[in-house]
Write a protein that binds this ligand. Structure first.
Ligand SMILES: [Zn+2]
Length: 294
């Protein structure tokens, strides 16, 4: 969780209240279909898989070069949220502007992924890499949409089941990594796929101090950066998981060291690459991780 996303956030609230007072409610405007608004396109893609043609889904964050941690909500987007029939969001401090909107629009249905996460003791907010949590979110979306739109309830439930079936096959792929590479040491520039790494039985040996600095939006200390470099140069880490959406000169330097040392680099993203479904994205990420470890 980074501190810098909080800037700009209070400014928008005045406009949210103004919109709430003018009462521009726009529910089920699109041919009577429920309107789902998701924060990132990850949750949007998951919602879209359940919605099919029976509900419309829009995502606030779709730009693959943007960092969702530093997203600032505009007035039009605040209105989109308060007018939604269902909001699907991450929670856990990742998209805190939603909680602010919900304070002025308490009746809007919502699914908060972090709140339904599988492991309540784990505070890593990137819960879309936890497939058990994703199943709970999918069920929450299907139930909420069935409730809003009973005529299409069976469609929502069927698509949710189908999605869960496909996700199960990806979980099987993760299980194969867990068996073949028990406690294989890996490093991550950011603990974005933390839940995937845990499910795959891999040991994240990244210096904790380095990860904490990155998470807090600070520059890692020279000592923790040196320790990270050493893990790569000595090849004690088998893989470097590299977030291409949050790179700077220090992460690029680590990537260069990994490449020179012959440590496999697995590129990951925090939001969904354009034109990919959530399932394709996860299947591809898991396949590349498996290939890098082999
Ligand atoms: Zn993140």
């Amino acid at each position: 969780m980074r501190a810098r996303f909080r800037i700009g956030f209070v400014v928008v609230l005045a406009s949210i209240s103004a919109l709430a007072m003018t009462g521009c409610s726009n529910n089920t405007a699109d041919n009577g279909r429920p309107q789902v608004v998701a924060t990132t396109n990850v949750w949007g893609a998951i919602a879209a898989a359940v919605a099919g043609d029976d509900a419309t889904v829009t995502s606030l964050i779709t730009d693959p070069s943007a960092d969702p941690h530093s997203f600032e909500l505009g007035a039009a987007q605040a209105a989109e949220l308060s007018d939604a029939d269902l909001i699907v969001y991450n929670g856990g401090g990742y998209d805190p502007y939603v909680d602010q909107v919900l304070e002025s629009s308490p009746d809007v249905a919502r699914v908060n992924a972090f709140d339904v996460r599988t492991d309540k003791s784990d505070t890593n907010e990137h819960v879309w890499f936890d497939y058990g949590t994703v199943v709970s979110v999918v069920q929450g979306i299907a139930n909420a949409l069935a409730d809003k739109d009973p005529a299409h309830a069976s469609g929502y439930q069927e698509r949710a089941k189908e999605f869960e079936g496909s996700l199960k096959s990806i979980q099987d792929d993760v299980q194969k990594i867990a068996i073949a590479h028990v406690h294989a040491p890996i490093t991550e520039t950011e603990p974005v796929p933390h839940y995937l790494v845990t499910a795959a039985n891999l040991d994240d040996v990244t210096p904790p101090e380095f990860q904490k600095a990155i998470e807090d939006g600070n520059d890692p200390s020279p000592a923790s950066t040196a320790a990270f470099r050493d893990l790569l140069e000595s090849k004690r880490a088998k893989v470097l998981i590299y977030n291409i959406q949050a790179q700077d000169s220090s992460t690029q330097a680590l990537r260069d060291i990994a490449s020179k040392a012959g440590v496999q680099v697995v590129e990951i993203t925090e939001t969904l690459p354009k034109g990919m479904s959530y399932l394709d994205w996860q299947r591809d990420t898991v396949a590349r991780l498996a290939a890098a470890l082999s």
